[in-house]
Write a protein that binds this ligand. Structure first.
Ligand code: NOJ
Ligand code: CA
Length: 545
């Protein structure tokens, strides 16, 4: 699709598309251990979230997505599940989750949980049984060492296949190319894989019955092995999706997706949208001149998304590259053409990294909340919480030093004047992860009291988006200028101008036809005839007469 061709989305065209609460919603990601600690043990918990639901409703959030909160030895922040049907004691109980879901619904919000489908913890009873019983095939056991294979920790001889860290053994969903000479390469319809598919349905049904609205699926692409074209993995998800559609028609299922590993698994697996969790390509192409290596654990010099310190020498090319990637991603996302674009997430750096603040952050939020994607706000980004490079991990990198993710997982800052910034009443040294130590760390209470704060700006943007159908995800988007500034039309009469750079820029825009533009929100933009002038980091939503 040409960069300036209009984009349209699916709900109207595809009546079986995702429900409007998701398709046009604003998602908010809560990393449970760092949001709010209600009992003073230094770790965030569900009651802490319940206590802060009014704040999320005030902000205008529609959907809360939780990272895994199930029983786990926490070697990878709960992405190593020990019991899918029990909330981790550190976070509370199943009853707390049900109360949270109810309290969120009363405030117009729905809850998505994280389905870790491809692997369990080595502590899961399924794995414990498999590591002692050579006849058990819920996991993949080879009789010789090889890539990704880890020596058996139990009495069973052999090596098990890991899915991510060694402590995360891959559940057996079979191989795309079974081979009887290597008997662990089973077909996808062998008993072990069949039992695991049924188990996924049980887990999904268990939580949907409790009022949960759907799941984000961790590493959705990783299930069937050696499935290069993802045909078998997509077929597996289509089966689960078809079952869900019958049993839970209003629930959503969204895969973790990244361009390299999941070309189109969202579409072909029958998912509701693509969750562009690994977002470095699109994001850095937009605000970082396509710079690669932004992931801290990939050794990025400047571990930043949306790096607006653009190199003037590359002119507007970065935005053109962003649009190319975006359209490819949208096309691969499926009939509903829905892609979730997060501000940042629990795996990479935060939006506010590399000294980014103020209007630069406002410009990025303006883009994310008015672009034709589903926005997902990572807790704390809405106040400009900072990324802390090099902060030692308590989980994850302990098992693989290439991953260092603590810097984007620090406790939420609720009140600058309260102990531990209002996150916890524990002694500071008992906090599971330390707070941003800086004296000027941003906080919710102070920003709520200040109309000129980033938080109030984000709230205003969300409110404008809610009040204006043309600004929502599923409305039409037409890019009018794919350079700096980025200029696009939403619907027929809303104009958005975003300048990711710190230098002022001006562009001639065809398609404005001399229409009068009046400012709804933002600053630094002047539209005169067909000329759009934008100050450094200018951002504006305008309505056209
Ligand atoms: C992706 C998750 O986002 C990440 O945090 C986790 O470590 C891996 N999947 C393994 O589950
Ligand atoms: Ca706690």
């Amino acid at each position: 699709m040409a960069p300036n061709a209009p984009m349209s989305h699916g709900s109207a065209d595809h009546p079986d598309g995702p429900p409007g609460w998701f398709a046009d919603g604003v998602v908010y990601e809560i990393y449970p251990q760092s949001f709010a600690d209600s009992n003073g043990d230094g770790i965030g918990d569900l009651r802490g979230v319940i206590d802060h639901l009014d704040h999320l409703a005030w902000l205008g959030v529609d959907v809360i997505w939780f990272n895994p909160c199930f029983a786990s030895p926490f070697r990878d922040a709960g992405y190593d599940v020990e019991d899918y049907l029990a909330i981790a004691p550190r976070y509370g109980t199943n009853e707390d989750m049900m109360e949270l879901v109810r309290a969120a619904r009363e405030r117009g919000m729905r809850v998505l949980l994280d389905l870790v489908a491809g692997h369990t913890s080595i502590e899961h009873p399924w794995f414990q049984a498999s590591a002692t019983d050579p006849g058990d095939d819920r996991y993949i056991w080879a009789d010789r060492p090889g890539p990704g294979l880890v020596r058996s920790p139990g009495s069973r001889p052999g090596w098990y296949l890991r899915n991510f860290f060694d402590e995360q053994p891959a559940l057996n969903f079979g191989y795309a190319h079974p081979d009887h000479r290597e008997p662990w390469r089973q077909p996808a319809d062998a008993p072990g894989p069949t039992a695991n598919r049924e188990a996924l349905k049980e887990i999904i049904g268990f939580w949907l019955d409790k009022g949960v609205a759907g799941f984000r699926v961790d590493m959705a692409f990783s299930l069937v092995k050696d499935d290069d074209d993802l045909d078998a993995t997509a077929a597996l998800w289509r089966e689960i999706r078809a079952w869900m559609r019958g049993a839970y028609p209003d629930a959503v299922l969204v895969p973790e997706s990244d361009e390299a590993q999941t070309p189109g698994v969202g579409a072909r697996g029958g998912f509701d949208a693509d969750f562009a969790l690994v977002i470095h390509r699109e994001h850095s192409a937009l605000f970082n001149n396509g710079g690669a290596g932004v992931l801290p654990w990939q050794g990025g010099a400047e571990p930043c998304y949306f790096d607006a310190h653009a190199d003037p020498a590359t002119g507007g090319r970065a935005l053109v590259e962003f649009l190319r990637l975006w359209h490819a991603r949208l096309d691969a996302s499926g009939p509903h053409r829905l892609v979730v674009l997060p501000t940042s997430d629990h795996d990479f750096s935060r939006l506010a990294c590399g000294g980014r603040e103020g209007d630069e952050l406002r410009a990025i939020f303006t883009f994310l909340l008015t672009w034709g994607s589903i926005p997902s706000i990572y807790y704390g980004d809405e106040i400009g919480m900072r990324y802390l490079p090099g902060l030692p991990d308590v989980e994850g990198s302990v098992w693989d030093p290439r991953f260092n993710r603590a810097g984007c997982r620090t406790p939420m800052q609720w009140d600058a004047e309260a102990p531990n910034a209002g996150f916890s009443s524990a002694e500071p040294e008992r906090l599971y992860l330390p707070l941003d130590p800086r004296a000027d760390r941003p906080a919710v209470a102070q920003q709520r009291a200040d109309d000129a704060s980033l938080l109030c700006f984000v709230r205003d943007l969300i409110a404008l988006r809610r009040a204006t159908p043309a600004l929502r995800t599923t409305a039409r988007t037409r890019v009018l200028a794919a350079g700096y500034p980025l200029v696009y039309l939403r619907g027929s009469d809303h104009l958005v101008v975003v300048n990711p750079r710190r230098d002022a820029v001006e562009v001639r825009v065809d398609g404005l036809d001399g229409r009068d533009a009046s400012l709804l929100l933002g600053s630094g933009v002047v539209v005169a005839g067909s000329t759009v002038s934008a100050a450094g980091h200018a951002h504006a939503v305008l309505s056209l007469a």
